[in-house]
Design a protein around this ligand. Sequence first.
Ligand SMILES: Cc1cc2nc3c(=O)[nH]c(=O)nc-3n(C[C@H](O)[C@H](O)[C@H](O)COP(=O)(O)O)c2cc1C
Length: 387
Amino acid sequence: MRAASVADYRELARRRLPNIFFEYIDGGSYAEATLARNVADMEALALRQRVMRDMSDLKMGVTTLGQTMTMPVGLAPVGMAGMYARRGEAQAARAAAAAGIPMCLSAMSVCSPEEVAATGTPPWFQLYMLKDRGYMRELLARVKALGCPVLVFTVDLPTPGARYRDIRSGFTGQTGMAAALNQTWDGLTHPAWMWDVWANGRPHTLGSVAGAVAQTPQAKRGGRITDFLSWVARNFDRSVTWKDIDWVRETWDGPIVIKGVLDVEDAKAVVKAGAQGLVVSNHGGRQLDGVRSSISALPRIAQAVGGDLDVYMDGGIRSGLDVLKALASGAKACFVGRAWAYALGAGGEAQVTRMLSTLRAELGVAMILTGCADVAKAGRDLLDTPG
Ligand SMILES: Cc1cc2nc3c(=O)[nH]c(=O)nc-3n(C[C@H](O)[C@H](O)[C@H](O)COP(=O)(O)O)c2cc1C
């Protein structure tokens, strides 16, 4: 099948990836109500069709935090992408750079920040608050030295939410012989992935935290990617408060974006904390299930703090039409998570590049048929509100 839409990349990824990784990407937390809401609320928004305007010249570029983007879309931080395709984060970084958009590298990436920066474009860097502040300080110095321009600080994961699908697939919770047999069978039944990632995509470590994890007994015994994940889970710091952002600001002198805000009061606290941007996000429906969709939280937050910092959103973007809906709802730009993870799993850099050019083409069509010539001017009037 030749993929035409994000749903098609999802299907290709489902066929090519071991079940544990496909379910990890595709799933959300608990009953997945929020995951479904992200998509359903986006679909429910109607664009307002306008005709007979001269739309021969479209402006899709935005400048944010000193960065230029050729379209208002970036790659959201997605953990373990190096397990979806050989050195996956480096491949995605090349696709993003070729498209002229930012990629935000997850702290849970297989490729180290050094490996990704060596592609020629230092990525934005995402971090969680870890208990080991000394390690965080070292990591921030490392990514600063590489020229990473923006720090994205994720605040909606002081502790990981439960993902039923990961338990069912045997990705988490299973240990010993049962885990080994399950994972071996999963790999053997996906030979294209075995060749690409398992045989030729090593090392399978988490590049940003490998130094710290190397000290643990599991890692000394050889370590699997799940050992890294459990190290990380043990090291999330749930005592984190806005005061800790002061510490981050002292440690990092570049722009800071706070990711994972759904509430207006929290958005105001982000402004007070001195960050330059925020991402309206529920972690793609992977944390607190039952919370509202990102797209429904966006308008009020953009209205409250949009004049003070740059407001972005992620969650449920599955097409270029959705990108315009996000802008119309108040976002300066949006980020895609699963869309690029599926494309990477479907076929690496080439498919991420194709997926991004599809998003761009779809955004163009949406702009032309809503009479929006410049994304900087996209507003509520692009939406057809009832009444
Ligand atoms: C497989 C996967 C891994 C993720 N890993 C991270 C991560 O390491 N750090 C982070 O801040 N967000 C992470 N996220 C959340 C995304 O950055 C983003 O908020 C979410 O995917 C947006 O929703 P969407 O998938 O509907 O586009 C992850 C999401 C997925 C699907």
